[in-house]
Design a protein around this ligand. Sequence first.
Ligand code: NAD
Length: 296
Amino acid sequence: MTKTVAFFGLGHMGAPMSFNLLKAGFQVKGYDPVGASLDSAGSRGVEVCTTPHQTVVGADFIVSMLPHSAAVESLYLHEEKLLDQIAPDTLVIDCSTISATSARHLLAAARDKGLHAIEAPVSGGVAGAVAGTLSFMCGGDSHDVERAREILRHMGVNIFHAGPAGSGQTAKICNNMLLAIHMIGTAEALQLGVDNGLDPKVLTEIISKSSGANWSLQTYNPYPGVMENVPASNQYAGGFMVKLMCKDLGLAQRAATDSKSYTPLGSLARNLYGIHNLAGSGELDFSSIQQLFQLK
Ligand code: NAD
C-alpha cells in the first residue's frame, strides 16, 4: 500500500526533498505558509494542503524542514499544536537545523504523548537535496531512527545515528561551524591571490591539488565565474542563506557557552557573517562572504 508523507516547509531544501519522495512512490501532502512555494510544489505533484491539521491526516510519516527553532516549536507545540493531532503510529522526522535544547524538548513532548519523533538535520545543501545525496545526522531512539530509514534513504545517502535526542543537532552545528570557517578562509585566500594578480580559476586549481584543499574551494567555490552551477556564478542566489548560517553560528556559540568550550574561530566566523548579514546580504547564499573581502 502506498505510504503517505506529510511535508512541512517547501523552501530551498524542503521542496526538492519532497520531490524525491514523490519519485520514490510515496504520496506527499505538503504545507507551507508561503503560497508561491505551495503552488510550485503542487505543480510537481505534491498534494497541496491549506492547513497543518489537514496535512497530517492519514500520514505515515511527518517531515519538517523549517527555518529555525521558533518555527518548529510553533508548529508542533504552540500555535498549531500539531502533536495533539498526530496518530500514535505516525513517525515525526524534524530535519530543520534547530537548537539541541529545542530538539530535546520536541522529542520529549512527543514521547510524553505516546508519539514517536526523531531529529534529522542534514548536510549537503540544495544540490544534495535535489540529487537525493544528503547526509542525515539523526538523534533519538534507535528503533525510530531505523524506521525513518524507509524514507530518508530516498532523500540522502548517509544516515548517521549520532546518539540520543539533541545529538544530531550538536553534530550539525559542529559541521556548520567548520563549514563557515573554511568558507571564510577560502574567500580570504582567493581574494589575496586575485588582488596580487592571480586568476581565481588557476589559484583554485593549484590549491585543490595542494594542502589547502577543502569542500568550499572544490565543490562550492565562492569566487564568481570559477565554477559553474554554484551560487557564486548566479549572483549568489539560491543555496544556503547568510541569515541561516548566522543562526547556526549563534547556535554553536550558545552550545560552546553551555559546555564551557572555547571556539575562537567559530566566534570570529559568527561576527564576520553577522557583519555581512547587517550589510543587507541575509538572503544571499553564504558563499557571498567573498564580497566582504572585496569592499575597498
Ligand atoms: P527556506 O527559508 O528556503 O525554507 C523554509 C521554509 O519553511 C519556507 O518556505 C517557509 O515559508 C517555511 N515555513 C516556515 N514556517 C512554516 C510552518 N510553520 N509550516 C510549514 N512551513 C513553514 O530555508 P531552507 O534553506 O530550505 O532551510 C530549511 C532548513 O534547513 C533550515 O533549518 C536550514 O538551516 C537547514 N539547512 C539548509 C541548507 C541549505 O543549503 N539551504 C543546508 C542544510 C540545512
